[in-house]
Design a binder for this molecule. Structure first.
Ligand code: ISE
Length: 338
């Protein structure tokens, strides 16, 4: 059976997780090359998985043994390696976000269109999460009638020292922006960021935490999403859609319920790695299968990545300008992305 030869650029936490996943869990592929700015880490991972180490990510992308690319560097470097993959004519899976700047997304869109075939998939894994998939089906079957309102929340247990107010939206909030657009099959027309009282736990210069993103869609659905970087109790993702006939809520992952000492308790996942493990596994198998079949990837496209970056950027501007609502004017979607 043919095995897809994958090169992975960037071996931070998510990069190492994906190399392990591709090697131990996903069928039909092999990690043949890795690249990482921290050479010690890079060489160690290469040795562990029998892959070739490249000091330079672009050299890895252009090497003949690499048939498809996975980009898992830090966010600001994503665009560079996606562009290099398009130039090399290779399928590329880029972890979210597609890019940190709108202009970079526009460059990617132009390059992919000029290449003439959809080869970019953005790693918005929630689109493959069984809970979100069921929620979407429930809405589409009309079980709750017309969706009117969405209440969502995205709570990280804790954050890295580098976290900023802008990253809180562009790195965490961007998941919500994408998954809700997909869930509701809609686009945004305006947005606003509301700043509650600052949390004493995450208090740090340059980080306003929590933040509330408010969005309105073309269909008129109103969305509020709490983004918190330091819940202190666990990783908590909630989503409730209110329709005119009922409501539908994203299920929590199943955990055992214990009853001891007059107390009823159940666990909460500590982080996204465990909370969305199934979504990552399904997403990656699907990507490998579609690339092997030379089919258009099923996950979020470069256009979706662009829409998410544009929306996050406008929300960031809104916060910087004091929080008043801003219009979100989207360019027309080219036929190529339909
Ligand atoms: C992180 O980068 C992720 O992508 C996680 O899924 C998200 O929940 C977290 O907030 C981000 O920082």
């Amino acid at each position: 059976m043919k095995e897809l030869q994958i090169g992975v650029v960037g071996l931070g936490a998510i990069g190492r997780e994906h190399v392990k996943r591709l090697t131990e869990r996903i069928t039909g592929c092999r990690v043949v090359a890795v690249s990482e700015v921290n050479q010690e880490v890079g060489r160690k991972v290469a040795e562990q998985y029998g892959a070739k180490f490249y000091e330079d990510g672009e050299e890895l992308i252009n090497s003949p043994e690499v048939e498809a690319v996975m980009v898992t560097t830090w966010d600001p470097a994503h665009a560079q390696y996606v562009m290099a993959s398009i130039k090399a004519g290779k399928y590329v899976f880029c972890e979210k976000p597609l890019a940190t700047e709108v202009a970079e997304c526009e460059e990617i869109i132009k390059a992919e269109e000029a290449f003439g075939k959809r080869i970019v998939q953005v790693g918005f894994m929630r689109r493959f999460d069984p809970g979100y998939v069921e929620l979407k089906k429930t809405i589409e079957e009309g079980k709750i009638g017309l969706p009117l309102i969405v209440h969502a929340c995205h709570r990280n247990m804790t954050h890295e020292a580098t976290m900023t107010s802008e990253m809180s939206i562009k790195n965490s909030g961007v998941h919500e922006i994408d998954v809700l657009r997909w869930l509701l099959d809609d686009d945004y027309v305006s947005g606003q960021v509301v700043l509650p009282r600052q949390s004493s736990i995450s208090a740090k210069e340059g980080l306003q935490d929590p933040q509330i993103m408010m969005l309105r869609t073309k269909k008129g659905i109103c969305i509020d999403v709490e983004i918190s970087q330091s819940s202190g109790y666990g990783y908590d993702i909630q989503c409730e859609v209110v329709g005119d006939l009922g409501t539908a809520k994203l299920p929590d992952p199943p955990r055992v319920i214990t009853k001891t000492d007059c107390t009823k308790a159940s666990g909460i996942m500590p982080g996204w790695e465990t909370r969305f493990i199934e979504a990552y596994n399904i997403e990656m198998q699907d990507w490998v299968d579609t690339v092997l079949a030379d089919e258009t990837p099923h996950g979020a496209s470069a256009w979706d990545g662009y829409m998410a970056c544009l929306t996050a950027t406008i929300l960031g501007e809104c916060r910087a300008e004091g929080g008043t609502s801003k219009e979100i004017t989207l360019p027309e979607k080219p036929e190529f992305y339909n």
